[in-house]
Design a binder for this molecule. Structure first.
Ligand code: DSN
Length: 478
């Protein structure tokens, strides 16, 4: 029997790897098996296409290409230029952006590139101007002091972490929290929604250099037109981190006021979440910030990863096809079906539902912490992650929430009927799990009690749910 192209490609690759370090080949095969078997509800994960995966496994990995297309610090970059230009072209067309920078290795990197570009563009600093025209050796001690003083401690206003914001928007676990004087806007305690009047008030009081919108755990749309008006009213640069919902923008589910690209001065994203590309980042902006953005490497990034830029070009080409819009709409349909299924069974959801790809469960109603719920679900073959809810009494480690998302299961082809069954499985596990105790009898935020037979039964049901929806159906590793 002759094998199809995907099976031949992946089998051959594993055979070559196995000849050198069989344990790596085994781990790669095991990872596919695990992904095929688990009900993956992690809102930030997806399954890239075989073409995207294969575009990363080649000799582009060996090439240094610091600089930008046609202006490199290394010779022999003509083929890297081809793929980088292609990825940028696809990104510009797909998102309607004037400029695209496809080198960032991750979302954090993309945000650092954007922060630097904004600082360099907005902050009046004669020392920086000297440094920008490569007179670094001419800078005096006083110049350096002025540069640090002028660029440090600028103000950033972003969404608070417990309302669903991201730690790269000025929070302490990330360098942005050390670079910027940060203040955050939260959500309305009664509705869980962004209160734009409060954001405007905070902007008026704080006068940030940068207003950031974007989230990793907010289950609703954001009105970027209003956010831009707020930024303009205080002279702030408006930045949107669309890492989580880039696929919904690409697929034209988020349009008009909800499409960040026409409203923001600068937009950052990852490429591997709802956009379904390789693991990496990207920056979109207008011509006024393009020159600074293109200085990303070596300003804040290590050498670009040409093999990943090749894969970005492939994935972005896929996202420009009409079927991607259908995929993006199904992501939201599925998230809403999952949310409705949970609400019908009595689960408390932050904001009561969703209009994007994610749902945030408040599991305190089940008497559990997020950590207990996450582990109990994992024991039952359901992969999620714990997440803080607004004003979370259990903090960011134990949390009171579980975040779930539909991009990955939608790629497999599951639809609204399967989402209702998924809601049933989740509710069954959570309602049958009890919080555990420490050895001294005090309540534990981590320990839990779940009948292993029930966990096993739910695992089997989760696996049965997936049988009609094989992952990478064309890939047979033998
Ligand atoms: N780690 C990503 C997420 O899970 O949302 C964001 O950086």
């Amino acid at each position: 029997m002759s094998l199809n192209a995907e099976s031949t490609a992946f089998r051959s690759a594993l055979e070559v790897i196995r000849a050198v370090e069989p344990r790596v080949a085994d781990a790669i095969g095991a990872e596919l098996a695990d992904q095929r078997e688990s009900l993956k509800l992690i809102a930030s994960e997806n399954y890239a296409s075989p073409a995207t995966l294969l575009a990363m496994g080649n000799w582009f990995s060996d090439k240094y290409a610091e600089g930008t297309v046609g202006r490199r610090f290394y010779a022999g970059c003509q083929n890297v230029d081809t793929v980088e230009a292609l990825a940028a072209e696809h990104a510009k067309e797909l998102f309607g952006a004037a400029h695209a920078y496809v080198q960032p290795h991750s979302g954090i990197d993309a945000n650092l590139v954007a922060f630097w570009a904004i600082l360099a563009d907005r902050v009046e600093s004669p020392a920086l101007k000297k440094a920008q025209v490569r007179q670094v050796n001419d800078l005096t001690e006083a110049d350096w002091f002025a540069l640090r003083r002028e660029l440090g401690n600028q103000r950033m206003l972003g969404m608070s972490l417990d309302a669903g914001g991201h730690l790269t928007h000025g929070f302490r676990p990330n360098i942005s929290g050390k670079m910027f004087d940060q203040r955050s806007y939260g959500t309305d305690p009664a509705t869980g929604l962004i209160d734009y009047d409060r954001v405007a008030e905070a902007a008026r009081e704080f006068k940030p250099l940068i207003l950031v919108a974007g989230y990793s755990a907010y289950p609703r749309k954001v009105n970027f037109r209003i956010m831009r008006e707020i930024a303009d009213s205080v002279g702030a640069t408006f930045m949107v981190d669309m890492a989580h919902f880039a696929g919904l923008v690409a697929g034209k589910v988020f349009t008009g006021d909800f499409d960040p690209v026409p409203h923001a001065h600068i937009v950052t994203t990852t490429t591997h979440k709802s956009l379904r590309g390789p693991r990496g980042g990207m920056v979109l902006c207008g011509p006024e910030l393009a020159d600074q953005v293109d200085r990303g490497c070596p300003m804040v990034l290590g050498g670009p990863l040409p093999h990943v830029m090749a894969a970005k070009a492939v994935a972005l080409a896929e996202a420009r096809r009409p079927d991607f819009a259908d995929y993006a709409q199904r992501i939201v349909d599925n998230a809403q079906a999952l949310a409705e299924g949970l609400v019908r069974r009595g689960t408390k959801l932050v904001t009561g539902g969703t209009d994007n790809h994610l749902v945030l469960l408040d599991v305190s109603g089940y008497g559990l912490t997020g950590r207990q719920a996450e582990q109990a679900l994992l024991d039952s073959g359901i992969v999620t992650n714990r997440n803080a809810v607004p004003q979370d009494p259990n903090g960011a480690w134990y949390t009171s929430g579980i975040r779930i998302g539909t991009p990955a299961l939608t790629t497999r082809g599951l639809g609204v009927a399967e989402m209702d069954q998924t809601a049933e499985l989740i509710h069954t596990v959570l309602s049958q799990t009890q919080a555990g105790s420490n050895a001294d009898g005090t309540p534990s935020k981590a320990k839990y009690v779940l009948d292993p037979a029930l966990a096993d039964k739910i695992s089997k049901q989760a696996s049965e749910l997936l049988t009609g929806f094989p992952l990478y159906p064309a890939v047979d590793l033998g």
